[in-house]
Each structure stands twice: as structure tokens, then as C-alpha cells.
Write a protein that binds this ligand. Sequence first.
Ligand SMILES: C[S@@+](CC[C@H](N)C(=O)[O-])C[C@H]1O[C@@H](n2cnc3c(N)ncnc32)[C@H](O)[C@@H]1O
Length: 212
Amino acid sequence: MKNINQYIDQVFAPTDDILLHVLNSIKEKGMRSISVSPASGKLLTMLVAMKGATQVLEIGALGGFSGICLARGFGQEGHLTSLELEPAFAELAQRNVTLAGFDEQVTYITGPALDSLAKLKAEGKTYDFFFIDADKGNYKNYLNECIALASPGAIIVADNVLAGGSVAETTAVPKRYTAQMKEFNEYAAIHPHLESILVPVGDGMTVSQVKK
Ligand SMILES: C[S@@+](CC[C@H](N)C(=O)[O-])C[C@H]1O[C@@H](n2cnc3c(N)ncnc32)[C@H](O)[C@@H]1O
């Protein structure tokens, strides 16, 4: 899996200077290096572009790596709302998206994402693309909240759904969130309002479309 991912990153998603800067800025701040993989970021860019999404919601910003990838998908015509627990992380992400040229097109909302999602719902907001990449214990809750905020045909992507491969391999050492990811995958796979598939790029991404 590691070799395959390295190969895909190398051939299809070499990291450019801006994304390299983001990764370094995360390390310099002593934050965990848990941004999406380069190929996962490229997939996000392509999915946003293919969907023609203009209203994008992200759950889990860290240093802005995935935020930049999402924004690159809509280019000049779109807006990213990114929910992040830690104000210091949102500040770094804001600086990095500014460097990438998306200053005017990204809004960070800090605090627990479930609270922010409830507020966005109360305000009547809708989105056509979602990216879930925060605390694994809330993935099912996040999926339900995203469906409630989704315009018909919206795309919902969730990261880390392979849990390092441990969801599939009985011999692999289970991770802290293996059981949660298995439950999430099975939930997404049979959800009556979704069409879903798991794409084994990076640490695995489910891609779901909200049925029209
Ligand atoms: C894996 S990192 C996100 C990486 C980012 N998506 C990227 O690829 O650039 C997970 C992020 O979720 C945030 N987080 C954790 N629990 C959260 C919560 N309850 N509400 C909002 N954000 C949360 C963490 O602070 C962390 O920045």
C-alpha cells in the first residue's frame, strides 16, 4: 500500500512549492503531519472541478493543505467554508490559503464542527461538495449533517476510511479508529440517500453522491 501510494504520488501528484510550504509550515509549528496525501489532494481538486462545485464545505482544516486542493478545483468561481476546532490551526490555514491566492474565497469557522454545522443549517446554507477529515468518532454524524446541508447531487468525500489498511486486513494491527471507519464505510455503502464507493488513494477516501 505504501509503495503504491508513493508511486501514485510521484507520477500523478508531485507536490508543488505552495503545498510544500504548507507541509513545512505545519512541521515548524510542531503540529502533526496529517494532511491528506498529495494524490488525495489531487483527487479532491479533480472531483470539485468535475462536479463544477462552487459551494464547498470542509470539516478539519489543519494547515490548509486540503483547503487549497479543494479551492484549486473551483478556481476563481467558488467559496470554501472550512470548520476547524483549533483557532491557531485555522489561522495557519488562512495564511496558507492566502499564499495560494484564495484569501477572498475561504472562510474559517472555529469550534467543534457539530456546533458549526448546526449553525449553518439554521442559516439555511447549502453546499454542493463536502470534505470530511476531522475526529473519526464523529464521521457518521458529519455524514448525516452533510446530507442535511446538501444540494441534490452533492458530493461528499471522507478521508482515512482505510485506517492504514486495517479495515480490510485481519492481520494488520488495528488502529484507534479502525472499528469506527468500518462502521462508517458500511453506513455510507448502504445509505438510502447515497451512492458511494471507496477509492483506495492515500489512506482511502469514500466518495458519495447524494441522490437527486
Ligand atoms: C487530519 S486533520 C485535517 C487535515 C486537513 N484536512 C488537510 O488535509 O489539510 C484533522 C483536523 O480536524 C480538526 N478537528 C478535530 N476535531 C474536530 C472537531 N470536533 N471539530 C472541528 N475540527 C476538528 C483537528 O484540529 C485537525 O486540524
